[in-house]
Design a protein around this ligand. Structure first.
Ligand SMILES: Nc1nc2c(ncn2[C@@H]2O[C@H](COP(=O)(O)OP(=O)(O)OP(=O)(O)O)[C@@H](O)[C@H]2O)c(=O)[nH]1
Ligand SMILES: [Mg+2]
Length: 676
């Protein structure tokens, strides 16, 4: 791959809802450059961008792929992103490093949820946007309907610069609104000029008017001319369009078919001619951001990096501003999907891959040295909310699993792993079912660990509601050295603290040195509650009496006596089961509010409040954690993917009696089964 100057580069994020045709479009683009001589198909797993085994298997994009297309003396750095919501983190990362986004809209399905969401993100980032209405060749393709949805659902000044000629099997050309000419696609990829179809004349006139008006608004002189009723020159229109795109004030709309490779060359020309170039800061100190990390089985760790200022040179040393550590560049490589070739440098604005960096991962800023350090804003990744419990299929693989997960997390910022000390489960949390499935597949394929998943156990706890006085006596005095420990304890509920131990011993009925042993016995007994084996909390134990034996008493004997007393006492002290409650915040379009609330009612939730904010409403509630482990799936189905939520632990509360009976019964059955 040739080296390109900053003004020859275009960094373009290809984004949309799943299946809109992003990967197919990028494939056609690459084919048109001559870099590949066969047009790969997603269905066959032969595209350049979807090369990871998990992508080929599922026929969807899971990882962002960088596919540079050398075209008309420019390099279009196309970043093909996933459309499936579980992998939205990759889209977020891409939007952080590109100079604009190419949105695909399916000519049949129209504007779908993920497209709407990503549109919002691109808007927040002030990114230039272009729309390509795809699948014009398919049955029921309807450009006007798709365009209508775009205008209605996506904010901004939408300006069609092409009009398709025909649709579905008759789709065979387009009218260029800028040049005011009509073309038909030819088999060899060229186009031939044809007369403008009569039935499109009015549409052309109205789109052209919109284009001129929008372009004129970008320049005072042009605007004055326009308002005076004078004609704008072609150059003025083109400059206005270019400026409008860059400023995010004009969103041009193009059309075509990715899989038939129709309209794709025109889209490439348009990107090369009208899309903004990276800002040229080649003279400034090096500033760059890693936006994706992949662990390749052959190459090792690959860090995708975008240079924002300066030039990055191969065989040089870098400084990682986040880790505050020097890094040596092993090699810079240009990638095209999985194809790799060495590069001497990355010009300002360019995107490439660094291999074998020690401590660098996604979101790290790399600069030239400590004193010329530039730390860039990181990508804010979504917090994962879908959890499963995992364990290796064969017990011996525990260590292997730990290591494999650690490596996988290096390349995935939306994965969490946590060992729950109460339930002894390892909990894997990801963005959704598909994300977790793919992660488990990957762990098996890359690291050879077979993993089974289990339902997440709720970390219930137990406490008591009444005060009791009980005796514990451990006495074995037949033959040899005997054992003797004897205590009286009072167990009382304690509101704000997990545990407290006190003593009110008079006259040395229990000698000093054995008091800690009683406490130890109680604490050990509290780990395994009397109701269902959960840890017991929120109580105070007071040792107030007992007795001892000069020869036979020991710490061990008093520990056993303490434990005995506690077990007996806890049963008498009205034990109850506690469950963790979460504070939940759900953000949904206003019209789903009612459904969200009634769903929480079925989940034993308490609604704390609702706050409208524009089209969205935030619902705040307290819901038992046990009802929330699969909420990401429920929320997706209630809102068709338009909602998001977060939650955090709030407190422990008593489980309603009916439910508690079931949990206790199940715990007993489990215990019996385990003992068999
Ligand atoms: N008829 C027709 N089918 C298309 C076109 N573009 C894509 N497809 C088909 O639509 C399906 C999805 O295409 P992809 O290119 O994988 O779509 P994507 O946007 O990359 O999807 P994700 O990676 O899952 O987000 C595939 O079966 C393609 O063959 C098109 O222009 N016309
Ligand atoms: Mg794809």
């Amino acid at each position: 791959m040739k080296a390109y100057q900053t003004n020859q580069l275009r960094n373009i994020g290809v984004v949309a809802h799943g299946s809109a045709g992003k990967t197919s479009l990028v494939e056609a683009m690459l084919f048109n450059t001559g870099a590949i001589n066969r047009l790969g198909r997603v269905e066959d797993g032969t595209t350049t961008a979807d090369f990871h085994p998990e992508e080929i298997k599922k026929q969807v994009t899971i990882h962002t792929s960088l596919v540079p297309c050398e075209w008309n003396n420019t390099k279009l750095n196309m970043l093909d992103t996933p459309g499936f919501s579980d992998f939205i983190s990759d889209v977020k990362a891409v939007l952080r490093v590109v100079d604009g986004a190419l949105f695909l809209v399916c000519a049949i399905a129209g504007v779908e949820v993920q497209t709407e969401l990503i549109w919002g993100m691109a808007g927040e980032a002030n990114l230039p946007k272009i729309i390509f209405i795809n699948k014009m060749d398919r049955e029921n393709a309807n450009f006007d309907k798709a365009l209508g949805e775009v205008e209605q659902m996506l904010a901004g000044n939408i300006v069609p610069v092409q009009i398709p000629i025909g649709a579905a099997e008759t789709f065979n050309g387009y009218v260029d609104v800028i040049a005011q000419k009509a073309y038909t696609y030819k088999a060899n990829g060229e186009v031939g000029e044809i007369p403008i179809p009569g039935d499109l004349a009015d549409t052309l006139a109205s789109y052209r008017e919109k284009l001129i008006e929008s372009s004129a608004e970008m320049d005072d002189e042009a605007l004055e001319k326009y308002l005076n009723g004078d004609e704008l020159t072609e150059t003025e229109i083109m400059n206005g369009l270019k400026a409008g795109i860059k400023a995010g004030k004009i969103t041009p709309v193009l059309c075509g078919s990715a899989t038939k490779n129709l309209g794709v060359r025109q889209a490439m020309n348009f990107l090369a001619d009208y899309f903004p170039t990276p800002e040229d800061k080649s003279g400034a100190p090096l500033s760059s951001l890693v936006f994706k990390t992949l662990v390749d089985p052959f190459v090792g760790k690959m860090n995708f990096v975008r240079v924002f200022a300066g030039t990055m040179k191969a065989d040089s040393s870098l400084y990682n501003a986040n880790k505050e550590k020097a890094e040596k560049i092993g090699q810079i490589i240009y990638v095209r999907g999985k194809h790799q070739e060495p590069a001497q440098q990355l010009a300002c604005g360019d995107i490439g891959v660094l291999v074998k960096l020690q401590d660098t991962n996604t979101n790290d800023s790399l600069c030239s040295s400590k004193d010329k350090c530039v730390k860039l804003d990181p990508v804010i990744f979504p917090v994962p909310t879908y959890s499963v419990a995992i364990e290796p299929k064969s017990k011996g693989d525990e260590d292997k699993l730990g290591n494999a997960i650690h490596r996988t997390m290096e390349e995935d910022p939306t994965l969490r792993v946590e060992k729950n000390v109460e339930t002894h489960q390892t909990i894997l949390t990801g963005m959704g079912e598909m994300h977790v499935d793919i992660t488990l597949d990957k762990l098996k394929r890359k690291f050879g660990v077979d993993i089974i998943t289990k339902e997440v156990r709720v970390p219930y706890r137990e406490t008591i509601r009444a005060t009791v006085k009980v005796e514990g006596k451990h006495k074995k005095q037949t033959g040899g050295h005997g054992q003797y420990g004897h205590c009286w304890i009072r167990i009382e509920p304690l509101a704000d603290k997990e545990f407290e131990f006190d003593e009110e011993i008079f006259g040395g009925s229990v000698p000093r040195q054995y008091i800690p042993a009683v406490e130890k016995g109680v604490r050990e007994a509290m780990v395994d509650g009397v109701l269902a084996g959960y840890p017991v909390t929120n109580l105070k134990v007071v040792l107030y009496d007992g007795s001892y034996h000069n020869v036979d008493s020991s710490e061990m004997a008093f520990k056993i006596a303490g434990a005995q007393a506690f077990k007996k006492g806890a049963l008498l002290a009205k034990p109850v089961l506690l469950e963790p409650i979460a504070n939940v915040e759900v953000v949904v379009p206003e019209n789903f509010m009612g459904d969200i609330i009634s769903d929480f009612n079925t989940k034993r939730g308490r609604i704390l409040g609702m706050e409208p904010d524009g089209r969205l409403t935030t619902v705040r509630a307290q819901v038992p954690m046990s009802e929330m482990y699969r909420y990401s799936i429920d929320l997706k189905s209630i809102t068709q993917g338009r909602g998001s939520f977060s939650m955090e632990f709030a407190s422990y509360e008593e489980v309603p009696a009916m439910l508690a009976d079931k949990i206790v019964a199940k715990a007993k059955a489990d215990k019996e089964a385990a003992e068999k």
